[in-house]
Ligand binder design. Structure first.
Ligand code: DGL
Length: 275
């Protein structure tokens, strides 16, 4: 690709499903000029209960799809995908920069007063080597107690459009109550689907507990890397184009294109097919 084409090439993002839209929204807010292509692999969600090998294969196929559509950078908008597959992807596709997302336990741990933090994430994120490395460091060096909780079932309910259901409230209560009882002062949302549960979560925990995720940090890092590679699209008269593609339920993904979004983005939501 020529340089001018590279600047207007899309930022490629993928996730197992609708969770990646929380990252898309952070990226779009920070870089409204950039064209984007977001792939939601809803058909294969949730990734969190799959094996590492299965997650790598799916992330590889997602990356190939985005590269075939000229993505200039790949944002792995999925903690499970990042913690299990990003090393493999970086090694295989050296021609493009990758941005990943991991649970924000480090900033939470360093700011915690009680020295006790909670993290809600998928099983495969919490059992990954990358997560073990970061959490070991915090435990050993900073003496932080980390209470880990697998958010089993949460992604399925979000994918089914049941964010406000009684079932969701019951699950969240079950997962959050023990952390609250332990005296955490930070709760880390370690899955890109979970920011959509924030209103529910805040109703269930004391206001003294701060809830954080890595969305904004990922957007900032994406902008930094694009700038470093001279790939930022800074043309002011340019109207950005956005495509979200899914191999699952189009109507559900469309709801997230509008969900609590004050700005009027024109996002084209389309189906795609892939194994
Ligand atoms: N949204 C993803 C994450 O950040 C994956 C959830 C899943 O598919 O289990 O981990």
């Amino acid at each position: 690709m020529k340089n001018a084409e590279l600047l207007t090439a899309p930022i490629g993002l993928f996730d197992s499903g609708v969770g990646g839209t929380t990252i898309w929204k952070e990226i779009n807010a920070l870089m409204p000029n950039e064209n984007t292509l977001f792939l939601a692999d809803n058909k294969n969600a949730p990734y969190g209960e799959k094996t590492k090998e299965e997650i790598i294969a799916l992330c590889d196929a997602n990356t190939q799809f985005l590269l075939n559509h000229n993505a200039k950078i790949i944002v792995v908008a999925c903690n499970t995908g990042t913690t299990n597959a990003i090393a493999y992807l970086r090694d295989k596709y050296k021609q493009v920069p990758f941005i990943g997302i991991e649970p924000a336990i480090k900033p939470a741990g360093l700011q915690s007063i009680t020295k006790k933090i909670g993290v809600l994430a998928t099983r495969r994120t919490l059992t990954s080597d990358l997560f073990a490395k970061t959490s070991e460091h915090l435990k050993q060096e900073e003496k932080i107690e980390i209470i880990e909780q697998v958010g089993e079932g949460l992604v399925d309910l979000i994918e089914a459009g049941q964010m406000e259901s009684a079932k969701m409230t019951a699950l969240l209560q079950k997962y959050l109550q023990p952390m609250v009882a332990e005296g955490i002062d930070y709760l880390v949302l370690g899955c890109t689907h979970y920011p959509y549960l924030l209103p529910q979560i805040q109703r269930l925990i004391p206001t003294s507990i701060k809830v954080i995720d890595s969305g904004y940090a990922v957007a900032r890092q994406t902008r930094n890397i694009l700038a470093q590679y001279h790939l930022l699209n800074e043309k002011q008269d340019h109207v950005a184009t956005h495509k979200w593609v899914t191999n699952g339920n189009l109507e559900i993904l469309k709801q997230f294109a509008e969900y609590k979004d004050e700005k009027k983005h024109s996002i084209e939501v389309l189906n795609f097919d892939r194994v």
